[in-house]
Design a binder for this molecule. Structure first.
Ligand code: AMP
Length: 365
């Protein structure tokens, strides 16, 4: 197969092939958005029958580091993106070596995959986060704790999500046990942020550096998993401007192309602290599917394909609720509710806490 030239003509015309690493619900909604703009999508996912596979033009079922699959992606896709941030950064690098164009690139992925690199990145940009220390042993915890406060949050550096791989350290006497609780892995110790609300900003940067931010979402979690997002969140003009500034500086510093999700803590006085960013479309942006002129999935496709970005204005007030586990079994009642816009991910099997779908409930602004 010929290797496509690294020189692309932008914008990619309809009919081009977009590769997506990861075939979960985010890949499914990306593929739907891409199809609407006339693109085809190839999914790479190790699982058979993944949610995106049933709406994509083509699926490669293989591990993310399968060389043959990566060669096929590089040879057949005009651009490759990802929906899953635990794809090894080395895979994106290998794709680039094979002649593929990846967006976002390897750096945002690598930075986001390691909580210490991520917080260091923000600190280097002058963007406020929780105070933190890198941890390699229980002794490191005991040494760092006095500088961070009586209670601090210990998180594994890698592969923690939805509250997994983290534990509160309740004092120096708890250092050994806390390190054991997270599996004695390399970690970060974070000072407790006394936040009043969790917010997120979904933003995008195009190939020519244009940036567009969606209105803020207010996020509520249950057992570490996102339950609802209410958007646009009510916030002061100063808080909104601070969120746009954080997103803009992050996108520019990473020379980012695509949609990003930045999770924020709001303090009592409206100031923001960044928690983390996801180098992909984000669950707290699902409200945009029914609440905005151009939703986050179409926006991501536009950005990676070198199209102009779409409008991010909210057309309605939206409450997005995730359908977890067996909640999606209520689909008939949800479908009969004129105020609920139902999105189901086509997962064959419900499991406790598994994201099976979501509903957007709209009210006038
Ligand atoms: P994370 O895995 O970093 O998204 O953290 C999961 C949840 O833990 C967040 O949504 C917050 O509710 C809470 N959390 C994380 N970091 C901190 C912190 N430094 N201080 C207080 N709460 C935190």
């Amino acid at each position: 197969m010929p290797t496509p030239s690294l020189q692309r003509e932008w914008p990619l015309p309809p009919g081009s092939m977009i590769g997506v690493l990861g075939g979960g619900q985010l890949g499914r909604m990306l593929a739907l958005a891409a199809a609407r703009l006339g693109f085809d999508v190839t999914i790479l996912d190790p699982e058979p029958d993944c949610p995106a596979s049933r709406v994509a033009a083509r699926t490669l079922m293989a591990p993310y580091d399968d060389v043959e699959a990566l060669k096929t992606l590089a040879a057949t896709c005009d651009v490759v993106t990802f929906e899953f941030e635990n794809v090894p950064a080395a895979v994106v690098e290998q794709l680039q070596t094979l002649g593929a164009l990846a967006a976002p690139g390897k750096r945002p992925l690598a930075v986001a995959q390691d909580r210490v690199s991520e917080k260091t990145f923000f600190r280097d940009q002058g963007i406020a986060t929780a105070d933190f220390a890198a941890i390699a042993s229980a002794a490191d915890i005991a040494a760092a704790l006095p500088g961070l406060g009586a209670r601090a949050l210990l998180k594994t550096r890698r592969e923690g999500y939805d509250g997994k791989g983290q534990t509160w350290v309740e004092g120096i006497g708890d250092a050994e046990a806390a390190f054991a609780r997270i599996g004695a892995k390399p970690a970060i110790l974070e000072a407790r942020v006394p936040f009043v609300r969790e917010l997120s900003v979904i933003a995008a940067r195009s190939r020519n550096g244009e940036i567009a931010c969606y209105p803020l979402g207010e996020n509520h979690h249950q057992n570490g998993v996102l339950r609802t997002t209410i958007a646009p969140a009510r916030a002061s003009e100063a808080t909104k401007a601070a969120a746009v500034d954080i997103a803009t500086r992050t996108l520019e510093a990473l020379d980012y192309v695509g949609v990003i999700g930045v999770e924020l803590f709001e303090l009592e006085d409206g100031q923001l602290r960044v928690n983390e960013f996801a180098p992909r479309v984000h669950n707290s942006g699902h409200w945009t599917l029914d609440g905005c002129e151009v939703d986050q999935f179409e926006q991501h496709v536009r950005a990676v394909a070198g199209w102009p970005l779409g409008k991010t204005d909210a057309l309605a007030q939206v409450e997005m609720t995730n359908l977890l586990g067996f909640e999606a079994d209520d689909w008939q009642a949800l479908a009969a509710d004129p105020n609920a816009r139902l999105w189901l991910y086509g997962k064959r099997e419900a499991r406790e806490g598994r994201k099976m779908g979501h509903v957007n409930r709209l009210k006038p602004l």
